[in-house]
Design a protein around this ligand. Structure first.
Ligand SMILES: CC(C)=CCC/C(C)=C/CC/C(C)=C/CC/C(C)=C/CC/C(C)=C/CC/C(C)=C/CC/C(C)=C/COP(=O)(O)OP(=O)(O)O
Ligand code: 1GP
Ligand code: MG
Length: 233
């Protein structure tokens, strides 16, 4: 159950519908974990519903918290985004402070894993919601990665292109500046080729939207990431 060894993760959005058949294929695909999260229309009801459908499968289930109202008990881990390139402190530490003030005595800190997000697609919902400054050059992004690792000691730095495929050269550059912090890449992976390419540089590849648009291609990303491990041996 060590998230530090995960290479491939599927992200399921509680606001989107998925059939039992497709969910079974995703959960039995060989992926390392299921991450449940989204930035809009996430409710306690749709999180609980999806968790109950994922739990029968024997793989780790993680809730990526986007609102405090939709936190449900029973997950293996809770990933907590902090959007490092947000212009609004609310999304960097404000909501987190409120949550800890309210529920700090009840929290199992071992289950809570902070993620330093750097959102690079200015048009995605998460960028709009958090007022992210996404028009960054490579040096800006490297500085956020170093801030995450060297200053905030975050276990995960998440390069988020949600909805579009990012720049593999930048992912490679960022990876070259991280040693302890794990590099997550997510955005626009809709084929085995793209999954394989990003898995050469990122520690963990996150696959989301293609689950809902092309289940066959989604499933193929799992083997592609595993092959990419073999290439690196
Ligand atoms: C066990 C138990 C019940 C105890 C829990 C105790 C507890 C309450 C713990 C909470 C601890 C804590 C510090 C919480 C922080 C609270 C909080 C609200 C933080 C803010 C998180 C944040 C910055 C959210 C911003 C949005 C974001 C970055 C979401 C990530 C997901 C994402 C980008 C998904 C992509 O999908 P989507 O955007 O929906 O894309 P589509 O266009 O495809 O839909
Ligand atoms: O939905 P896609 O574009 O695959 O992105 C995955 C994930 O990084 C979204 O938070
Ligand atoms: Mg969504």
């Amino acid at each position: 159950m060590d998230y530090q060894s995960w290479r491939h993760v599927f992200k399921l959005d509680p606001a989107k519908k998925i059939s039992d058949g497709h969910l079974e294929r995703i959960c039995e695909s060989g992926t390392d974990a299921i991450l449940i999260g989204g930035s809009d229309d996430v409710t306690l009801e749709n999180v609980l519903d999806l968790m109950a459908r994922v739990r029968p499968y024997s793989l780790p289930a993680v809730l990526e918290i986007s609102t405090i109202e939709s936190v449900a008990p029973g997950f293996d881990f809770y990933f907590i985004p902090t959007v490092l390139n947000s212009r609004d402190p609310k999304w960097i530490k404000g909501l987190h402070h409120e949550a800890i003030r309210e529920y700090g005595d009840l929290m199992d800190w071992e289950e809570l894993i902070p993620e330093g997000y750097c959102i690079l697609n200015p048009d995605c919902k998460a960028a709009r919601l958090t007022d992210a400054d996404s028009l960054l050059d490579d040096e800006d992004v490297v500085a956020y990665a170093r801030l995450a690792e060297r200053f905030f000691k975050l276990p995960i730095f998440y390069l988020e292109y949600s909805g579009i495929y990012g720049d593999p050269k930048l992912v490679k550059t960022v990876k070259g500046h991280l040693s302890d912090t794990r590099l997550f890449y997510g955005g626009g992976i809709d084929s085995a080729e793209k999954a394989r390419e990003m898995a050469r540089f990122a520690d963990t590849v996150v696959v989301g939207n293609v689950i809902y648009t092309n289940i066959e291609q989604a499933i193929r990303t799992v083997a592609a990431v595993a092959e990419s491990i073999d290439q690196s041996l």
